[in-house]
Design a protein around this ligand. Structure first.
Ligand SMILES: [Ca+2]
Ligand SMILES: [Ca+2]
Length: 179
């Protein structure tokens, strides 16, 4: 009889949860919840970073497309490097006519050819560097023109962190002749 009472008491005790088990379960739930929140936060950051990277790629490709449409050398001052003073009038790129006119161009935010801001890039900076590179090794700067110019376009975010950097080497190729 006494033995049966003890068994019933044990069964009742095992049917419920102890305080220790409840506390442990609560702790595990809390850890899982924090992990889940961190995961969602990281996913959100990743998505933002991808969007910024995509936008930076567009800003870089648009500018290199424009630069590739310019002459390799300035038609009137072919031995000079950089933009001529008269090409800086207006504070935009509309008078640029050769590749090295874009050297040291810094835009915050990136701008269209006519100098108006490109929407959506308010917190970004687009910088462009141009240099002569050696025909035998494009990674080396050349002090004279050997027929190749390297163009580096860099996009930075509001924290001055590089989001993207594209490097192009453009050759002094003869212009296509049309008849
Ligand atoms: Ca020039
Ligand atoms: Ca020029």
């Amino acid at each position: 009889m006494l033995s049966n009472k003890v068994n019933i008491h044990r069964q009742k005790f095992r049917a419920g949860l102890s305080y220790v088990e409840i506390i442990m379960a609560t702790m595990i739930m809390s850890i899982l919840l924090v992990a889940a929140l961190n995961l969602f936060a990281n996913l959100g950051r990743s998505k933002t970073n991808v969007m910024k990277h995509d936008a930076s790629t567009v800003a870089s490709l648009d500018l290199i497309k424009e630069i590739m449409e310019r002459n390799y050398k300035d038609p009137t001052t072919p031995t000079d490097f950089g933009a001529d003073p008269c090409e800086l009038i207006g504070g935009n790129r509309s008078f640029y006519d050769d590749i090295d006119d874009y050297n040291n161009l810094i835009e915050h935010p990136p701008k269209y050819l006519d100098g108006t801001n490109i929407p959506g890039y308010e917190d970004m900076t687009r910088s462009t560097k141009v240099r002569w590179v050696k025909a035998s090794d494009f990674t080396q700067t050349s002090l004279v023109d050997q027929g190749y110019k390297e163009v580096t376009i860099t996009l930075k975010n509001s924290k001055n962190k590089v989001v993207l950097e594209h490097v192009y080497v453009l050759a002094d190729t003869p212009q296509m002749l049309s008849y």
